[in-house]
Design a protein around this ligand. Structure first.
Ligand code: NAP
Length: 245
């Protein structure tokens, strides 16, 4: 994987940050996309460079087509054609359906699903031409089994499955794979604010008996991005300690 160009959306914190670190450690040149956490993205890139890697901080709100497209254009100019795309950026705006606002629905659908469409569309031509590409999208167990209070989030995360499987079918003959990772409960800022009652209840649903760590997801992403995973496409890999088996 040495020298491959990888773009990770939402890489300033949490799971995306771990994916960027692990891809850099196997020799990828990484573009660290962020929206608001510029200092964190800069710090991460400095850390990767201090380990001898190549890292480029790249600001863009990937929920907007123009910014997603200019993100890919910038990365292509600075590092070369994107060979590995990890669609990771995501947000939650939890509410029970009875109380859900259109803004909560729209924000989550745009950030968690439309961004995957925009970014993947912006890289797919280059990948098909190069006859190599790895598209990975971070969904969620909520997209597999649903979750009370997350109708918007689960709809977006389930949408990713249909999208990625369709892209996988369109691109398979050109050496481009597209796969989904569905994390369970991973310890990040996203889950950090959940009430203790919900967190403890969640733990009883995890056969592994522990919450996941960003690195658990990152290791799966590195494998799916590798040459060794060339015959795996259109798949959904749950990284959830057995939660949804
Ligand atoms: P997190 O700690 O809240 O980090 C979210 C990241 O996404 C940040 O780097 C943030 O960037 C970025 N982001 C948000 N909106 C963006 C936008 N419009 N454009 C560009 N970047 C944007 O979340 P996380 O827990 O690492 O989650 C990462 C992914 O895993 C998400 O798709 C999430 O749905 C999924 N997931 C998480 C869990 C979990 O338990 N944590 C479980 C299943 C799935 P800035 O800070 O720079 O704004």
């Amino acid at each position: 994987m040495s020298g491959r160009v990888a773009l990770i959306t939402g890489a300033s914190r949490g799971i995306g940050r771990a994916v960027a670190i692990e891809l850099a450690r196997v020799g990828c040149r990484v573009a660290v996309n962020y929206q608001n956490s510029g200092a964190a993205a800069d710090e991460l890139c400095a850390m990767i460079r201090s380990e001898g890697g190549v890292a480029l901080p790249a600001r863009a709100d990937v929920s907007l087509r123009e910014q997603a497209e200019s993100l890919v254009a910038t990365v292509t100019k600075e590092l070369g054609e994107v060979e590995i795309l990890v669609n990771n950026a995501g947000i939650t705006r939890d509410n029970l359906l009875m109380r859900m606002k259109d803004a909560e629905w729209d924000d989550v659908l745009r950030t968690n699903l439309s961004s995957v469409y925009y970014c993947t569309q912006a890289v797919i031509r280059g990948m098909m031409k190069a006859r190599f590409g790895r598209i990975i999208a971070v969904s969620s167990v909520s997209g597999l089994v649903g979750n009370a209070g997350q109708a918007n989030y689960a709809a977006a995360k389930a949408g990713i499955l249909g999208f990625v499987k369709s892209v996988a079918r369109e691109a398979a003959s050109r050496g481009v794979t597209a796969n989904v990772i569905a994390p369970g409960y991973i310890e990040t800022d996203m889950t950090g604010n959940l009430p203790d009652g919900i967190k403890n209840g969640m733990l009883t649903q995890i056969p592994a008996g522990r919450y996941g760590l960003p690195i658990d997801v990152a290791k799966a992403a590195v494998f799916l991005a590798s040459d060794e995973a060339s015959y795996i496409t259109g798949q959904v890999l749950a990284v959830d300690g057995g939660m949804t088996m």
